[in-house]
Design a protein. Sequence first.
Length: 225
Amino acid sequence: MRKLQHSKLLLLGAVIAGVLGTTSVVTAHASLTPSSSQPNTDMVDLSSWQSNLTSSDYQNLAQAGVKAVAIKASEGTSYTSPVLASQTSDAQGAGLAVNYYHFAHFTTVAEAQAEAQNFINSVQAVTNSKNMVMVVYFEDSAFSGLSKSTNDANLAAFDAVLNQAGYNKTDLYTMASWVGKVIDTNDSNKGWLAQWPANPSGSAYPSANDWQWPATTGLTVKIKT
């Protein structure tokens, strides 16, 4: 995603096999040190599905090379993750950079603005910092039934509320197949793109901030070379 404390944030949403041991929710089919022909993976995304991870697990991730996390903060207009505070604290305690995402359902400008405010309220409840990437998770099936121009306008309205509150690092998570058809990327949202080739080379989507390339139940891996 965007540059924060270190040169590049590389997203992965899989708990790496062998790193978390018996407490891991699912075993990932990826490595923190893949072959030279594959991209690097060094950031984990989390939601309440990973609420069983302990502070020691976060320390183990950091020791294994993970640099950052993207934590689900909110969804819709009222949901806040019940483990947002503990996941933030554990990640910070392990020295990981923390970013947040919001699972979106908005189909109008007004809904987008309300959801953005829920996102802000959720994040502000756990940190005063605004030096993180705030991601809108854009994969609700309702979006495919709207025009691209409508989705673009709604996303712009969502980001405008974030920007007005001082959150100027934003991004868009969506399926690569939707880009240019259902939603557009732009300079403010270069994209955290989901697409799963059998043999990722690290050369795909060079203009995007991140690329999610394998998927496992409940967790996914995101990378950028």
